[in-house]
Design a protein around this ligand. Structure first.
Ligand code: SAM
Length: 187
C-alpha cells in the first residue's frame, strides 16, 4: 500500500504529461484541478471513485470518466443538478443531498478508493460530510478537497482536518485549483 508521500510524488512526476486539450482546452490550464483528477485516475488507478458535487456542467466527472478504464467506475452526486440522462457504463450520476442521505450509499462508500469532495465550501458542510463519511471508509481511501483556501471557513476546515480525523494530509495546490486543493489518506 502506498502512503500519501508516495502518492503525491507519483502525481508530481506525471501531472505535466496529462493533456486535456482533446476534451476541453481551458481545462488543461494550470490553476484548474482537472489535470490532477485525470492524473489520479490514470496513475493511482482507484477502482471505485466517488464525487460529491457534480456541478451543473459535470466538468470534473467528465474528465474522470474519460480517464477511467474498464475496471474503474465513478459515482457522482449533486443535490440540484440531475444529470442521470448522462449516465454511461462507468459514470453514474445521482441526485441527492449527500449530507442528509450519506448512509444510503454505504454500500459504495465502503469500497471507495478515491473520493473527490467539491460541494458548498462553507467549512461546516465539509465537516458534516466528513463526520458521517469518514467512519464508513476503509483504510487508505484517498480523499481530495477542492477550494481549501477559498474562504476562512474552508481554511479552518482544512487546518483542523488531521486533528479531527485519523488521516495524513497534504496541500497540493500547485498541482490543483488556484483556490486550494488538498489530498488526504485515511490511516
Ligand atoms: C463547485 S460545484 C462542483 C463542480 C465540479 N465538481 C467541477 O469540478 O467541475 C459544487 C456542487 O455541489 C453541489 N452540492 C452542494 N451541496 C450539496 C449536497 N448537500 N449534496 C450534494 N451536492 C451538493 C451543488 O449543487 C454544486 O453543483
Amino acid at each position: 500500500m502506498r502512503d500519501l508521500k508516495e502518492i503525491v510524488s507519483i502525481l508530481e512526476k506525471n501531472y505535466k504529461k496529462i493533456n486535456l486539450r482533446r476534451i476541453n482546452s481551458w481545462m488543461n490550464k494550470s490553476g484548474e484541478h482537472y489535470k490532477l483528477l485525470a492524473c489520479i485516475v490514470k496513475h493511482i488507478k482507484p477502482k471505485i471513485i466517488i464525487e460529491l458535487g457534480s456541478g451543473k456542467e459535470a466538468f470534473s466527472s467528465t474528465v474522470i470518466a474519460n480517464y477511467c478504464n474498464g475496471d474503474q467506475i465513478i459515482y457522482s452526486f449533486d443535490i440540484i443538478h440531475n444529470l442521470a440522462h448522462l449516465n454511461k457504463e462507468n459514470l453514474i450520476y445521482s441526485t441527492d443531498d449527500i449530507v442528509e442521505n450519506i448512509d444510503k450509499y454505504q454500500y459504495i462508500l465502503l469500497n471507495a478508493e478515491f473520493i473527490f469532495i467539491d460541494t458548498e465550501h462553507t467549512g461546516d458542510q465539509e465537516t458534516q460530510i466528513m463526520r458521517s463519511l469518514f467512519p464508513l471508509l476503509r483504510k487508505n481511501t484517498l480523499l481530495m478537497f477542492d477550494d481549501i483556501h477559498l474562504n476562512q471557513a474552508m481554511k479552518n476546515f482544512w487546518n483542523g482536518l488531521d486533528k479531527h480525523f485519523y488521516l495524513d494530509k497534504q496541500d497540493i495546490t500547485p498541482l490543483g485549483h488556484w483556490s486550494g486543493t488538498g489530498v488526504a489518506l485515511k490511516k
